[in-house]
Design a binder for this molecule. Sequence first.
Ligand SMILES: Cc1cc2nc3c(=O)[nH]c(=O)nc-3n(C[C@H](O)[C@H](O)[C@H](O)COP(=O)(O)O)c2cc1C
Length: 180
Amino acid sequence: MIQNETMQSILARRSYKVFDSRPIDKEALETIVTAGLYAPTGMNRQPWHFTVIRSPEMLEKFGAARRSLPLPPGIPPAAVAAMGDPMRNAPVMILVSAKEGGTSAQDCCLAMENMFIAAASLGIMSGWDHATVMDLFNHHPDLKAELIPEGYTLYAAAFFGYPGPTVKDRGERKGTVEYK
Ligand SMILES: Cc1cc2nc3c(=O)[nH]c(=O)nc-3n(C[C@H](O)[C@H](O)[C@H](O)COP(=O)(O)O)c2cc1C
């Protein structure tokens, strides 16, 4: 396999459940967001809206709403507590939303993956959190209205931050590849 800086960033990216609270500086954040904006989109529609949550006030508001969510059915409170703070100590969360239709879902996920890789190239890791944020928006429509444009659907949500301790390395890849 050819090793270059891009491949190193792709291979270095890992999903984190706990981050170091060190802030992400403006230039690094702009670099990550720019990588997202340069993802391909169906018919070059660029249908998305990126919401970058980074102010301590909004992170706290978001965190408080998350902590107020009812526990998922079947999960004992001790297991939820063991997962730690729902904000994972991350200094940034990015939401990618778009109007439904066309290739919006694919476009938004491609943007998020570009951001994951750009972040990894800067030593910043990420953690997908879409399902919880969807749940949060269902319980707190006011927060949804504050964070994403009216009529938009959330397609991708992730934390970004410098890595804290990681529990498990899921780096090994065992998917099927077939060359014909
Ligand atoms: C669509 C999608 C949903 C995911 N949902 C969660 C999630 O709910 N919680 C979580 O901690 N990680 C979630 N992840 C991260 C995966 O668990 C992770 O990408 C996978 O285990 C491979 O590990 P790696 O990202 O470190 O290579 C999700 C990833 C994707 C792409």
